[in-house]
Design a protein around this ligand. Sequence first.
Ligand SMILES: C[S@@+](CC[C@H](N)C(=O)[O-])C[C@H]1O[C@@H](n2cnc3c(N)ncnc32)[C@H](O)[C@@H]1O
Length: 408
Amino acid sequence: MQQLGLSAHLTHKANLKHTRYGWLRLTPAYSVHLVQDLLSETASHDAVVLDPFCGTGTTALACAERGIPVDTTDINPFLLWLTKTKVSTYESDHLNEFRSIARHIARLMEDHSSDDIWIPPIHQIEKWWNGDVLRMLGAIMGFVRQISESYPEKVVDLLKVAFCRTMIAHSSASFNHQSMSFKPQNNLSLFHRAVDDMLITWESAVEDLYISAQSEVRVTPGIFLCDARRLSTVLPHNYYTCVITSPPYPNRMSYIRELRPYMYWLGYLHNGREAGELDWQAIGGTWGIATSNVSRWSPSEPRTIPHPGFLNTLAKISEKSDLLARYVHKYFYDMVEHINDLFVVTRSGGSIHYIVGNSKFYDVIVPVEAIFASMFSDRGFVDVDIRPIRKRTSKKELYEYLICARKP
Ligand SMILES: C[S@@+](CC[C@H](N)C(=O)[O-])C[C@H]1O[C@@H](n2cnc3c(N)ncnc32)[C@H](O)[C@@H]1O
């Protein structure tokens, strides 16, 4: 296991190169190398793995490639769709059909001959894409929607991934920082230049998918829409021998905010209210209505967060911001519920592996790793161990940790 340092090997950037892991570059992802190291260290021949916070499906894909049975859950239906698409087996018929339709779409783009344009209801969409780009994206998606009933789902799914790559590559949004921003648009951009650029992106995405989708996947993961606080309502009890996951961190990062463009274009979101409602279901969600709900939130039942310094940490944050203190409190309150249910579905002797990041609000450090360790012990897990993995940013106090434990 690699030690501390700003290591690209242990971030989602390590997933990018020409494999199924790199199909869409989304920040929730953690490093496949980290998952592979953990599988080599811990998964025995009779392992059954669970990832309760699926995200982009890194754990599910790593297990499926090795032939290890795995189930995964998430509350975001778009991420579950992406995971299903990444772990599917593609026959050569599917791939050839995908490439031939993709070429037809490329011709439509060149001739700008499509009359079936579909544009999603994104607020101020003109900030995201300039008019020429938007019209062409609308033409691709209009065509994909039109053929989706008459072609195999796997072919349509690959077209949608190629679309997502093109759509995000030609958007004016910058996701480099937590506070997403928009690049100034060049309104003088010539239509033909926009077509050429998009064609290059489309064709290279199609070729990349065509090649990487040929890699072998040896088992089909179970993929479930399920709230991680209620795992035991959907999953078998006393079943999983190994849990490898990365839950949301309490750092006010909103997956919905970042995933919005994909979710609108693929029909998983229709308005801002839905986006906020979905983020409110997410542990640590903080987008739109989720923020105003957090500002009024208080525990509905007594639930102890079993870390000796927790109340003190909350009090210090609340001196600066009542909202942020409630946010941190709710995050751990929800995690206690998740860990209760995690215990129910883990087999006796099974090991759990959580990758978490600590956080800082004003000058108050939240020792997320220590709080998780206390929550695991309190629920009855044993051999709880915290290992630092890497520095998360150039700020010296922010780290990522691996917390391991075992159900007795
Ligand atoms: C850090 S990401 C997981 C990243 C993943 N390891 C990967 O490689 O892509 C956390 C995930 O937890 C999901 N999540 C948040 N709240 C949840 C809840 N209540 N139940 C299930 N999943 C939830 C989010 O949708 C997000 O996909």
